[in-house]
Design a protein around this ligand. Sequence first.
Ligand SMILES: Nc1ncnc2c1ncn2[C@@H]1O[C@H](COP(=O)(O)OP(=O)(O)OP(=O)(O)O)[C@@H](O)[C@H]1O
Ligand SMILES: [Mg+2]
Length: 225
Amino acid sequence: MLAVTDLKKSFVSPDGERVDIVSVPSFALAPGEQVALRGESGSGKTTFLHMIAGILAADSGRVALDCAEMTSLSEARRDRLRAEKLGYIFQTFNLLQGYTVLENVVLGMSFGPRGADKAHAKEVLERMGLGHRLDHFPRQLSTGQQQRVAVARALANRPKLVLADEPTGNLDRKHAGEALKLIREVCHEEGAALLLVSHDELVLGQFEARKDFAEINQAMKGAPR
Ligand SMILES: Nc1ncnc2c1ncn2[C@@H]1O[C@H](COP(=O)(O)OP(=O)(O)OP(=O)(O)O)[C@@H](O)[C@H]1O
Ligand SMILES: [Mg+2]
């Protein structure tokens, strides 16, 4: 489903020094596999997920998604592949502020494999406990509610791979548990693979397959960030 090879990214810090942030020789996920990566703040988790999704260009290396080599595609084809195969739960939500909760989810589906299916969007939002907030705009929601919209948007598209970046970071225990359960259930129902990154031990503890990001990211064997 996902194969990452020799993926590297460095950034230039304000003092002009180049710092290696991600260096992953090899990482793979099978269809339907669910894996959680544990990594401390600043360890490069978001950078890694952004490169997998093709939102951020890697310095070098390859990402293959469902046999398609993301890293060698044109931007337009990469955008299409992302819309068709990927559900991304952003750490910072990235909701469209000018659209309602329901519109955010429906718009997210419109480029996906099954198109804009309002009834399905509503169903997923209801499962996230947001049935009473469909016509609200993001600014009219609490932070945790916005995070739940972001989860619903990623799942409604029936992706083949879900990338979840600290998807319950703004939720209380009850809602975090429910959101995580829904993420895992939907992935299971759809046969989607799940890659979740977190530093929350309660979230990580739910996964049988857990890995330390430091184990796969060789760039972390250096100075603290
Ligand atoms: N555009 C950028 N320019 C310079 N440095 C960057 C840039 N983006 C990220 N970094 C650096 O890369 C490192 C990793 O950032 P990243 O957001 O991937 O961490 P993270 O593991 O997701 O952290 P958190 O758990 O806090 O979300 C940080 O030290 C950060 O300062
Ligand atoms: Mg992050």
